[in-house]
Design a protein around this ligand. Structure first.
Ligand SMILES: [Zn+2]
Length: 317
């Protein structure tokens, strides 16, 4: 990943390209909402009326899992923070990761990076840790104009660069994406990644047993599993040892998200979606379905999930 300066240059290209396409303000996706970190939008914050994305960005989709025959999964954490809620660092979770020697990918908000200098120094020096970009302020990214999207990502890359790091992927706050957002981010040379296995850890009602059962029941080769490491995971540290042990017993090994993506083909959320209709952006990860593309992943049955999050949901405390 290039440094911030390079990102900014690419960003200008992204802006120009999108202006050229004449996209208006955001189109929250018609696609099924992601297995949400925050399923209930606060009252009065209903998404803007869905406007169809232009056909030329419709093929740009987030990676939910990676198509691979290897029994490998990626353990990922979000470290969210906003202007007013800088959140914390779950030392107990990281202790488990260290003890088990599991490579992890932490999606950081730029504000979280800036608020946790000592922790960042420690994480940046740990070979088990790689970073992802989780925006700067944790906004609803798909509602932002292109220039703001670029700014959110660029600011976080700048914060990471102070530790000699850069992101391997982008994860939108709340798991909320649009084709346009994925397009812009891909033009910044970052794949947009969500998840296919949700631990449900930011919900106070998630039980340790429920988390273990849910993750072990859902994981499959190429899974991307989401937890939180900013103190928002209520039972994460309790459940993680059994989850890691259970996955190992089922033959899974743990790989950094970047390696998982590199090992296979990023599989988009909607495998029936057409490939991009133009070739403006060089896609680092092919997203068109192929002959061996597995059937689309069924949405996670609500009944199998922990109870829905409270409205405060995923937002940092
Ligand atoms: Zn978040």
């Amino acid at each position: 990943m290039p440094g911030t300066a390079a990102l900014t240059l690419v960003a200008l290209h992204a802006t120009a390209a999108l202006v050229g396409f004449g996209f208006g303000p955001v189109a929250p996706m018609g696609a099924a909402p992601p297995a949400s970190e925050e399923p209930t939008p606060p009252a009065g914050e209903a998404p803007a009326s869905p406007a169809p994305a232009g056909p030329s960005v419709r093929g740009f989709l987030p990676i939910r899992f990676v198509e691979t025959s290897e029994p490998a999964v990626a353990i990922t954490f979000d470290a969210c923070a906003t202007r007013t809620h800088l959140a914390g660092f779950d030392r107990n979770v990281f202790d488990v990761v260290k003890r088990e020697g599991v490579p992890i990918t932490i999606f950081v908000s730029g504000r979280w990076v800036e608020a946790h200098a000592d922790v960042m120094t420690e994480l940046a020096g740990d070979p088990l840790v790689e970073f992802g970009d989780h925006s700067y302020d944790h906004p609803h990214m798909s509602r932002l104009p292109v220039a703001r999207i670029v700014e959110e990502i660029d600011q976080t890359e700048a914060a990471l660069a102070r530790y000699g790091k850069h992101s391997v992927a982008f994860r939108p706050p709340f798991g909320e994406w649009s084709h346009r957002l994925v397009y812009v981010v891909q033009d910044l040379r970052l794949p947009t990644v969500t998840w296919d296995v949700v631990s449900g850890d930011p919900s106070a009602r998630t039980t340790t047993d429920g988390m273990i059962r849910n993750v072990l029941g859902k994981a499959r080769p190429g899974s991307i599993i989401i937890f939180h490491i900013n103190g928002r995971g209520w039972k994460t540290a309790e459940a993680l040892p059994a989850i890691l042990r259970g996955l190992r017993e089922r033959g899974f090994r743990f790989v950094p998200l970047s390696a998982l993506i590199a090992s296979g083909r990023g599989t988009p959320m909607l495998t029936q979606a057409p490939p991009p209709a133009h070739a403006v952006v060089v896609a680092p990860i092919p997203i068109a379905p192929g002959p061996d593309t597995p059937a689309p992943v069924a949405p996670i049955p609500t009944a199998a999930l922990p109870p829905p999050l409270p409205p405060a949901g995923h937002a940092p405390p």
